[in-house]
Every structure is written in C-alpha cells, then in structure tokens.
Design a protein around this ligand. Structure first.
Ligand SMILES: C[S@@+](CC[C@H](N)C(=O)[O-])C[C@H]1O[C@@H](n2cnc3c(N)ncnc32)[C@H](O)[C@@H]1O
Length: 220
C-alpha cells in the first residue's frame, strides 16, 4: 500500500498498531510517533545493510550474519511467535547488528525507513495469495520495483524466491519491465537456494520446485 493513498485516520490507526509493544528487546525497533525509524536505530554494523521482508524463523538472517557479522540486518516479521523464535536463535548464536521490525511491510514501508539505505532486499517465499481476489495482497505488484528503488543504494540487489509458479512468472514479468537486471541465467531464475541455507518454509515446500531470483538495480 502506497503511503499517499492511506487516509490520515487509517494511517494513525495503523501506526498505533505498529507501535504496540509486545516484546521488549534491544533488537526490536518500532516506528516513532511520526511513523519513522531513523537510520541510527537500524544500523549498528559497519558493513552492508540488508533488509529482509518476512523473515519467518530467521534462518536466512542467521546464515547471513554468521558469514558477514559486520553487516546490519533489518528483518520485518509480523508474527510475534516467529519473532520470539528469531530472537532465541540469534541469542543462542551470539549474533549482533540485527534489528527486527514487527510491522506489516505493506503499510508504510518506504515512508518508515530511511531512503537509499540498503544494499540488498530479500523476500523469500512471500505469501503467494493464489486466489485472484487476493492478488492485491501480494508483495510483488507492478510498482514493487519503484518501491524498492526508493530504499536501495546504487547497485542494490533484490533477492526473491517462490515455489508457486504463477507468482514466479508474475515476478519475472514485473522485474523484466523495470530498471533491474537479472543476475540469474535465462530465463531469470535457478532452482537451488543461492544462499545455500534451507529455510523452514523451504523445507515445508520441498514437494514443489522453488524459483530463486536476484536482480540488480541499474539506476543511479
Ligand atoms: C511463507 S513465510 C516465509 C518465511 C521465510 N522467508 C522463509 O523463507 O522461511 C512468509 C513470512 O512472512 C511473514 N509476513 C507475511 N506477510 C507479512 C507482512 N505483510 N508484513 C510482515 N511480515 C509478513 C509471515 O509471518 C511469514 O513468517
């Protein structure tokens, strides 16, 4: 949902939900009263800045931070049971420089986060919403590339995965028309996870063949 189409009253209601404190933990960050999260509250590492949309149980986050502990990793996840699981996983592995944003990423993603800040955005297995009347809830819409361009630094990347073939075709169509170049061989996806870590969700969907994509923004 683009911020400009949200009615002020609805925005205020959504913001009050986004600011509810369910778990108090130094890794949890929520928007301030204006609906902003300043860079200083998000980035504590000195390396690259990664944004994950829908972190699930946190396997990708853990894998990334074990390989690149100097990076800053910001993970959106809406379900508190999953957030608690991610926090336990990170604590057990003594991982730093992660922030978890317990907010619906469809509400005001671009207006909440600092612009032109991220080197990579990862959305692995976003909900596919297979019924036509639910397509409006999908993360990847025709304007998704523009939304993420607002958040990316120059040369930034978008990593996508889905096991639902019609959604994969949609992602390919949307990104082929955008200012992004595919980093995967034709036709634009591979079948094995380039991060070489299996997420809990990928385990659950192992019957179907996943599509993994990576796109680099060619703009300034
Ligand atoms: C299908 S799971 C995939 C999880 C993880 N990426 C993986 O590969 O295992 C999708 C995740 O995104 C979260 N999610 C879905 N819609 C969301 C939204 N609008 N805002 C924040 N999180 C969301 C769900 O709670 C769930 O954990």
């Amino acid at each position: 949902m683009s911020p400009e189409v949200i009615h002020p009253e609805l925005r205020a209601r959504l913001l009050s939900i986004a600011r509810r404190k369910i778990v108090d933990h130094p890794f949890i960050v929520q928007p301030d009263a204006e609906g902003l999260i300043p860079a200083a509250r998000l980035f504590s590492g000195t390396g690259q800045r990664i944004l994950e949309l829908g972190a699930g149980s946190g396997e990708l986050c853990l894998d990334w931070m074990k390989k690149h502990p100097e990076d800053s990793y910001v993970a959106f996840e809406i379900k508190w049971d999953r957030i608690r699981r991610i926090l336990r996983l990170l604590e057990r592995n003594n991982v730093q420089n992660v922030r978890i944003v317990p907010v619906n990423f469809s509400w005001f993603l671009e207006s909440m986060l600092p612009g032109k800040s991220f080197d990579a955005i990862i959305a692995y297995f976003p909900d596919p919403w297979p019924k036509r009347r639910h397509w409006k809830h999908r993360l990847v819409q025709p304007d998704f590339p523009e939304q993420v361009i607002a958040l990316l630094r120059r040369g930034g990347q978008v990593h996508l995965a889905t096991d639902y073939a019609p959604y994969a075709r949609k992602m390919l169509r949307v990104f082929r028309r955008s200012d992004f170049d595919s980093q995967m061989p034709a036709p634009g996806f591979i079948r094995s996870n380039p991060f070489q870590v299996r997420t809990r969700f990928e385990e659950l969907t192992s019957e179907r063949k996943p599509h993994f994509m990576a796109w680099t923004w060619r703009g300034e």
